[in-house]
Design a protein around this ligand. Structure first.
Ligand code: TPP
Ligand code: MG
Length: 335
């Protein structure tokens, strides 16, 4: 079911508020005004969308980057900031710092040891089940945390006792500086769920196609999917690949797709010169030259600063129309 306009506006509003809070916390630390510490979650604001699906009486566990949970669950911004400054007017009377709790918002604080919050989620799930009010417990964790024993014990218990717990992994490919491949053989953390008879889903926008691969990043994924729908009417089957992160870059998936389609267009909201699209195009032609039936294409910003005027901005930024035109150009190539 698609979210209503009201929910979409709320998600956007809380993403912006989360980002503003995060930037303020970084600034106050750098200025030496804040006695605590902060792990920034910049770039991961979209996770607000998951919290926005919760009811006010649902439970929510968060990570060391979890300011989106406090903001979206409704703790007043003033109380969050006061807490960071150790003031009595903070939501934990200045005693919690980054380890914020607010029982009335279903937030039970955070453990300093990663993964300490998983057993707590089981307790919340059990309370939710007993209450019979249809509440759930949503618990966030990083990919690095997926190797903790507490997660496996807790997922097992939640599965066995049929507890309403939602396990939300924010997979950024690293545990601090340790790449995922150095700590697990799993390629996707969601695979863990199968071991505990738990349904799982990987949030990765993708469309299958056989004629051309479009590697798209950020908002260009949405634009590329629109272009793909348009081109399907002309009989062109576009495969849209969202690499999700640029470092590490899932080159294997990209190459696998290009081996199948033989054509590539990269769409990215950066200047094409020296930009991400150019880098991906280069790596693909370097590693899969023989698979290519046509020169690779790229769509990005014009090589000028992004202007303020909306009319000029439209000229500079990628659009579904520009991506569709780029695809047609790659498709039209005859050796
Ligand atoms: C049990 C435990 N081990 C190590 C740490 C130190 N530590 C804090 S954050 C972190 C990395 C966590 O990685 P991940 O869960 O992927 O979250 P990310 O930082 O990528 O958001 C580590 C190792 C800790 N807090 N607790
Ligand atoms: Mg991580």
């Amino acid at each position: 079911m698609a979210p209503s306009k009201e929910v979409l506006i709320r998600i956007y509003r809380d993403m912006v508020r989360t980002r503003a809070l995060d930037e303020q916390l970084i600034a106050s630390l750098r200025e030496g005004k804040n006695p605590g510490s902060w792990h920034s979650g910049i770039g991961q604001e979209a996770i607000v969308a998951a919290v926005a699906t919760l009811r006010p009486d649902d439970y929510c566990g968060y990570t060391h980057r979890g300011c989106y949970v406090w903001v979206t669950k409704g703790i007043p911004m003033r109380e969050i900031l006061a807490e960071f400054y150790g003031k009595a007017s903070g939501c934990c009377k200045g005693k919690g710092g980054t380890h914020i709790a607010s029982l009335e918002h279903g937030i039970f604080g955070r453990s300093g040891t990663q993964g300490g919050h998983f057993p707590l989620a089981c307790g919340q799930g059990l309370a939710a089940k007993f209450s019979g009010k249809g509440q759930v417990a949503m618990v966030f964790f990083g990919d690095g945390c997926s190797c903790r024993g507490t997660l496996h014990e807790s997922m097992n218990m939640a599965s066995l006792w049929q507890l309403p717990v939602i396990w939300m992994c924010e997979n950024n490919g690293y545990a601090m500086a340790v790449p995922q491949a150095k700590s697990t053989t799993l390629t996707d953390v969601a695979e863990l769920a199968h071991g505990y008879s738990t349904p799982s889903v990987v949030v990765d926008v993708k469309r299958q196609g056989k004629d051309i691969t479009v590697v798209a990043t950020g908002y260009c994924v949405t634009l590329s999917l629109q272009a793909a729908t348009e081109l399907a009417k002309e009989g062109i089957e576009v495969e849209v690949v969202d690499p999700r992160t640029l470092e590490p870059l899932d080159l294997g998936t990209i190459l696998g797709s290009v081996e199948k389609t033989g054509r590539l267009l990269v769409a990215d909201e950066d200047a094409v010169r020296c930009g991400v699209a150019s880098e991906i195009c280069f790596q693909v032609q370097e590693q899969a030259f023989k698979a290519l039936k046509a020169p690779v294409g790229r769509v990005g910003n014009l090589n000028v600063p992004v202007p303020y005027s909306p009319v000029l901005e439209r000229e500079v930024l990628p659009s579904a129309k520009k991506i569709a035109a780029g695809i047609r150009q790659v498709m039209a190539y005859k050796a």
